[in-house]
Design a protein around this ligand. Sequence first.
Ligand code: 13P
Length: 246
Amino acid sequence: MQEEMKQTIEHKIIASNFKTNHTRKSTGDFIENINSFLDEEDIKNEVYIFPTATSLDNFDTVKNLEVGVQNAYFVQNGSFTGEIGTQQLDEFEIKTILIGHSERRHILGETQKEISLKYNFYKSLGYKIIYCIGEPLEVKEAGLTETLGYIWEQFDGIDLNYENLILAYEPVWAIGTGVVAKIEDIAKIHRKIKKKINKPLLYGGSVKVDNIAEVLSVPNVDGTLIGTASWDIDNFKKMIKITKEK
Ligand code: 13P
């Protein structure tokens, strides 16, 4: 019975988070290029690209390439200076959102309460949500129990049975630092999360051309969420190809 209920992933997932990089023009070129690449190479993996909000457009993409947003507020529209809502997302038929990214939690000060409000709002609209979790260095150094405790708190107010949910484990200390978590650390945390939550689970944090194959070989890693190394189109294509072969 348990086996039957297990969500199986046919192909590994690969996602690029542009963060605060690329312009409207270079984003358009990038997406067009990746789109042709997926088509020509007959790549079936789910590929996600999260450009800046100012670079959103009506992209014409193959069905396994999805363009999402890195953030949006939990409203249709209103007075929330600097934010965008679903009125702006609907213009471009965006139906995918990153929620809970560590940079939003730790640099921009989003609380778990705000994150859960955002999650529930976008869930109610059927968005695909890539929900990010991960511990800062001092928590990792405090030990496994503390690390898991910290991660479980990041699920407060989050419906883990939501059908359009993908999780991304991104240890904060491994993001943009060049420090990839040790393979055994990724394996350990992914096993613990998967045991509790039966959803696709990506790994993120300094994934690059040289280590993506190894990361994808770790049990319970269903794909990757990549920042820095994915902003270069040739590197991203190389990583998509490696993902295809896994
Ligand atoms: P880097 O790949 O630059 O470490 O960033 C990972 C990340 O935060 C993706 O969301």
